[in-house]
Design a protein around this ligand. Structure first.
Ligand SMILES: Nc1ncnc2c1ncn2[C@@H]1O[C@H](COP(=O)(O)OP(=O)(O)O)[C@@H](O)[C@H]1O
Ligand SMILES: [Mg+2]
Length: 271
């Protein structure tokens, strides 16, 4: 399986001189579900792009299963870690939905039969099964984003990284992405997702890593990261806890109350 480790990772963009990552130490074990949150510009996408070798460290190390990622080509890393970009228009280039999703499996050298199944399964997962022949540019922004997620799923990598999968999605799209995260976890695959939707994060991830100015400022379970004691730290990177955490705190139910527990607590108060 695939363990990811970042050690003292620093990234300075050469053109702007921006120090986007300022010393990141992070270990993600096989099968973990990790949400990466933090204000815009805190370095989340830069971190994600190091996981598959798309960006290389200025300082520090990226280790995939203990091996220095610098010793591996981008093509070889692509078999382990698939990253879905934040902006779908930087990723989509084929003339049809099916060809787009088939691109990765074809590069991996899979047979036509295996590819057909992989493409159909991935498109089904994102709700685009009926759009195989559609031009990606006729899909609209939110479905084009789902298409890029399908492309990443189809490659069957042990690690899947999703950069802002929920941005621009309606409730059904967010629910689909939640189901995908659960399915990947059930298959023992690692999921790392960047999201601004705190409810989605609290519901679908076991671990939340909070970034500010290129550093990790919190790392824990949703219950810990969204607990009242952590709210000032969240506020320092312009995040608000999910509504459930605020309600839970008011009712002394902790930061991840179930709806039933909230209802019971309210009933007890008015009784
Ligand atoms: N291609 C790039 N060239 C120069 N600077 C960049 C580039 N991409 C991001 N940055 C800068 O690096 C910092 C972190 O950006 P990013 O990783 O995209 O943050 P996030 O995904 O958390 O919004 C920001 O200050 C951003 O302006
Ligand atoms: Mg980003």
């Amino acid at each position: 399986m695939t363990e990811l480790r970042l050690e003292g990772l620093v990234h300075v963009y050469p053109d702007s001189g921006v120090r986007a990552l300022d010393g990141i130490d992070l270990r993600i074990d096989t099968g973990e579900r990790v949400a990466l949150i933090g204000q815009n510009g805190s370095g989340k996408s830069t971190l994600a792009r190091h996981l598959n070798g798309l960006l290389r460290p200025t300082e520090g190390l990226v280790l995939v299963d203990g091996q220095d990622a610098r010793e591996r080509t981008v093509a070889s890393l692509a078999g382990d870690v698939a990253v879905c970009f934040q902006d779908p228009d930087r990723q989509v280039f084929s003339g049809t939905v099916a060809a787009e999703v088939d691109f990765g499996p074809r590069n991996l050298g899979w047979s036509a039969d295996v590819r057909r199944t992989a493409v159909a399964t991935a498109l089904d997962a994102v709700g685009l099964a009926g759009d195989q022949r559609t031009n990606p540019y006729d899909l609209g922004d939110s479905r084009r984003k789902l298409l890029t997620i399908a492309s990443v799923l189809a490659m069957g990598t042990p690690v899947v990284v999703l950069d802002e999968p929920t941005t621009g999605q309606d409730a059904r799209g967010v629910a689909r992405i939640g189901a995908i995260v659960r399915q990947l976890a059930a298959e023992g695959r690692t999921v790392v997702a960047i999201s601004h939707d705190m409810t989605f994060v609290a519901e679908h991830f076991a671990r939340v890593v909070v970034m500010r100015a290129g550093r990790i400022i919190l790392d824990g379970s949703p219950a810990d990261v969204f607990a009242e004691a952590a709210w000032p730290i969240l506020a320092s990177t312009f995040l608000e806890p999910p509504l459930a955490a605020v309600v839970g705190a008011r009712l002394d139910l902790g930061s991840t109350p179930t709806p039933d527990a909230v209802v019971a607590a309210l009933r007890a108060r008015t009784a």
